[in-house]
Design a protein around this ligand. Structure first.
Ligand code: SF4
Length: 500
């Protein structure tokens, strides 16, 4: 093949990020599995099939973060011809001698989010996401043309201190400073190894130029609750004006995406002022999105405290979206984190606001009851091993999870991981050797919960999925296998023993 000159700025990511996951974004979790656990062809066909590529090698669908970087560069004056969002399997059509920058956006490049639990449970080595990211860094065209490699996105912090072939780590928001960083690199000026991008105002978050993975549309950024382990906690709460949100929805629908996920750290804080959600603006937004005609609408994240404070608003959103009429359910990520009010006070003092921290377990249970009534499926995270956590705190979390066992959803027990630039950024992360028998019992209980609900979740998610019957049959097979393979680990952990 004749050598192409290459685009000046190539934006891309590895195949664990550049996938539409058959329309079921939950399948993306598979990227944390050990690579040795599955042959590549099964992983790629069942869980992370690559996004479609255009004839010029660009990706027809890309993660929302990459789309924002692309839009920011174009709005900052770079020409369309200089910037491309490249498909990772077609980098030969994007990278050449003229390429100066390869910008990689990633949520979990080193697999640090959940890898230690998974490695401990399955014990089969590095996960797919880390392996694929390192492979991308070693791409022969990057080695040959030696563009500057910049890593950005939510997981860029994971690369700090790691011995990987990255020239610059870009933390924070791209719209503010990334165009300038690119100009400096192209102009031969020096750029520090770690760059911290400033936050931009909600109205300055640009409209995407192409479809996003999962049909994700940003409605706002940041969170005011300030949990000590969380990085959105560092970002001021801002929201985007409705016309820009609708433009992003339209770009997705015109590019063939049918399902839309409205993304922020807490859907019910859209338009938040004076300690309250702006119900009128939220309902206006949902109605306007609905009028554009997506097949389904979801929200990405919810704060349980906001849900609890706005129960009638959630019911009104369900009504407009048409849950039970036009789509069988809605789903959202939520953070339970702990069942211990003591741990909440230490590390998440605003988590329950405006309710009292002492009511946290009740708030969680009330929300699950509401979710069940309104057919909203919660994907919940727990954080195990936060500094100062005792046996008694873990038992409280276990009791809370036990009280939720019959509600459909997913429960993800994550070991506390140190994220740079957070309040707990200098503390040591939680590891297998720190785990008490009570921690293993809690992880075992979460595994039991997930195995109990996985088949139902698959049935619910089918309405969003683009996969054919063969893939669905294979996924049902994987569900059955998971019962068999993980069942023995679950029993061991429920006895308070490590999984292996
Ligand atoms: S409520 Fe969620 S997003 Fe906000 S700071 Fe806490 S963990 Fe982070």
């Amino acid at each position: 093949m004749p050598q192409i000159p290459g685009k000046s700025i190539v934006l891309t990511s590895d195949t664990t990020m550049m996938s539409n996951y058959h329309g079921g974004v939950m399948l993306g979790f598979a990227a944390i599995m050990p690579r040795a656990a599955l042959p590549n062809w099964i992983f790629d066909n069942l869980f992370c099939p690559p996004v479609p590529a255009a004839p010029d090698g660009s990706a027809e669908i890309a993660p929302c973060g990459i789309r924002k970087v692309e839009a920011a560069l174009l709005e900052a004056g770079f020409a369309r011809d200089e910037v491309t969002v490249a498909h990772p399997d077609h980098l030969d059509k994007a990278i050449g001698p003229n390429t100066r920058i390869v910008g990689i956006t990633h949520d979990d490049p080193m697999g640090k989010i959940a890898v230690r639990e998974v490695e401990d449970i399955i014990g089969r080595g590095p996960p797919f996401n880390r392996s694929r990211f390192l492979e991308l860094l070693s791409h022969p065209l990057i080695k040959e043309h030696r563009p500057r490699v910049v890593i950005g996105g939510n997981g860029a912090w994971e690369v700090i201190g790691e011995d990987v072939k990255v020239d610059h780590i870009y933390l924070g928001e791209a719209e503010s400073d990334f165009p300038d960083v690119c100009r400096k690199i192209i102009g031969g000026d020096s750029v520090p190894p770690v760059v911290r991008g400033r936050a931009v105002a909600g109205e300055d978050i640009p409209v995407n130029r192409g479809a996003t993975v999962g049909g994700i549309v940003e409605i706002g950024r940041g969170c005011w609750r300030g949990c000590a382990f969380c990085s959105p906690a560092n970002r001021t709460l801002r929201h985007r004006p409705l016309p820009k949100i609708l433009d992003d929805v339209s770009v997705n629908l015109q590019s063939g995406q049918k399902d839309i996920i409205l993304h922020s750290e807490d859907f019910f804080s859209y338009g938040y002022h004076e300690g309250k959600a702006d119900g009128k603006r939220i309902l206006e937004m949902v109605s306007a999105v609905k009028k554009l005609g997506p097949k389904t609408i979801d929200v990405s994240h919810l704060s349980l405290a906001s849900v609890h404070q706005n129960q009638e608003l959630l019911r009104a959103v369900s009504q407009i979206v048409g849950v039970g009429r036009d789509q069988n359910h809605m789903s959202a990520w939520i953070g339970i984190e702990t069942g211990s009010c003591r741990i909440l006070k230490m590390h998440m003092p605003n988590k329950a606001r405006p309710a009292k921290i002492e009511n946290w377990p009740e708030i969680v249970r009330d929300c699950y009851h509401l979710f069940a009534e309104e057919s909203w499926l919660p994907v919940a995270s727990l954080v195990l091993g936060l500094p100062g956590e005792t046996r008694d705190d873990v038992i409280k979390t276990t009791n809370l999870v036990e009280s939720l066992m019959d509600y459909t959803g997913l429960m993800l027990p994550l070991f506390f991981t140190t994220i740079a630039d957070t309040k707990l950024g200098k503390r040591r992360g939680f590891a297998r050797q720190d785990a008490l028998p009570e921690h293993w019992q809690l992880v075992g209980l979460c595994l039991e919960y997930n195995l109990r609900h996985l088949k139902k979740l698959h049935r619910f998610y089918r309405e969003r999925m683009t996969a054919g019957p063969a893939i669905h049959a294979a996924l049902q097979g994987v569900n059955l296998m998971a019962d068999l393979v993980l069942g023995k680990y679950m029993k061991r952990m429920k006895r308070g023993e490590p999984p292996n």
